[in-house]
Structure formats: structure tokens, C-alpha cells
Design a binder for this molecule. Structure first.
Ligand code: SAM
Length: 185
């Protein structure tokens, strides 16, 4: 069975092609951004957002080390993602790695309402069979509320338009992360 990290990447690998535009909604230390950058290649683009300068700097450094030139880094909340997208742009896929920046201020966390707003904006631009992947960490303070808000929202998405998958290990201790994947039909 694939780990949460491997499965989140696998779900994107299956549907993203070179040349597409994709989103890392929480770039953090840049690991998912780097992965997406390689997937879409030189002809594609990654739009990577974070609200912390530290995260943007860390991601930038990682991208420079790997000679990636196809990423637009945005210091802003993902709930404002519409401001950085052309009106008719088609998005191949997106990832949200929720929670706080590892080894940093644990009080700066993703929040349910803004996450849901960002999901809805991206869904409008998502290609047919495109996917939004959410890796949900909820062991920290505020995590449970975000988890509940997101689950309530994605469970209510119309099954005629979207398939919604939950993937996680149910015998692990200490609030293990899980994946929610939304695929547009
Ligand atoms: N994917 C990252 C990686 O590979 O290193 C890890 C992301 S970390 C778990 C979560 C990130 O979300 C933090 O860097 C935090 O600053 C960021 N964040 C919190 N609220 C946000 C928001 N509203 N919009 C964008 N990023 C946000």
C-alpha cells in the first residue's frame, strides 16, 4: 500500500501531462512544488502559493537548486487564487498540503473556510478528469475544525459532477494524515 505522500503524488501523476498549468496551494518547503514542476515540464507552469515569506523563500531555494524555471511563486492566501489565473485557464490538477510549516510557527495554519473557498475556485477551472488532492493533517490545534469543515463541504459535492475519494490508514495512532481527492467528471 502506498504511503500518504506517495499516493498523493501518484494520484496527480496519473492525470497530469507535460505543458499543463497546475497549482500547489500550500508550497511550504517546496517539495510538492518541485514534484509538480517536473511533471509539467518546461512547457507547463506551476502556480505555488503560501502566506509565509519563509515558505516562499524555502521553495524558491529548492527550485533554484533543481534548475526549475516553470514556477510562479505567490505570497498570498490560496483563497485569492482567482487573482492569479487567466479567466479561461484550464487547470490540470492541484495539491493542498494542510496544516503548518514543519519546524516553524505552529499557529500559522491552513483554515477550513479559506481552504474550501480555494477548492471551489479551482474546481471552476479544473479540466475534465482533473484532480484536487488534499493531504489533511489534523493533530494540531485547529486541525480538527478544518478537517470537519472540509469533509462537510466535499461530501456535499454533486456526485454527477465530481467523484470524491478518501484514503487513509485507519489503525494508525495520533491522528494520522489522510487524503481527499476530488476528480471532476
Ligand atoms: N507542501 C509543503 C511541502 O511540500 O513542504 C508543506 C506545506 S505545510 C504542511 C502548510 C503550508 O500552508 C504552510 O507553509 C503555511 O504557511 C501554508 N498556509 C497556511 N494558510 C495558507 C493559506 N491560506 N494560503 C496558502 N498557504 C497557506
Amino acid at each position: 500500500m502506498k504511503s500518504i505522500l506517495n499516493y498523493s503524488h501518484h494520484l496527480l501523476e496519473e492525470i497530469i501531462s507535460p505543458g499543463e498549468t497546475v497549482i500547489d496551494a500550500t508550497c511550504g518547503n517546496g517539495n510538492d512544488t518541485l514534484f509538480l514542476s517536473k511533471l509539467v515540464g518546461e512547457t507547463g507552469e506551476v502556480i505555488a502559493l503560501d502566506i509565509q515569506e519563509q515558505a516562499i523563500d524555502n521553495t524558491d531555494q529548492l527550485l533554484v537548486e533543481h534548475h526549475c524555471t516553470n514556477v510562479s511563486l505567490v505570497l498570498d492566501s490560496h483563497e485569492n487564487i482567482e487573482n492569479y489565473l487567466f479567466k479561461d485557464i484550464e487547470i490540470g490538477g492541484a495539491i493542498f498540503n494542510l496544516g503548518y510549516l514543519p519546524k516553524s510557527d505552529k499557529s500559522i495554519i491552513t483554515k477550513g473556510e479559506s481552504t474550501v473557498r480555494a477548492i471551489d475556485t479551482i474546481l471552476k477551472h479544473l479540466k475534465k478528469n482533473g484532480r484536487i488532492i488534499l493531504v489533511v493533517y489534523y493533530g494540531h490545534e485547529g486541525g480538527q475544525e478544518e478537517k470537519n469543515t472540509i469533509l462537510k463541504h466535499v461530501i456535499s459535492l454533486d456526485q454527477k459532477q465530481y467523484s470524491v475519494l478518501q484514503y487513509g490508514f485507519i489503525n494508525q495512532k495520533n491522528n494520522p494524515p489522510f487524503i481527499i481527492a476530488i476528480q471532476k467528471k
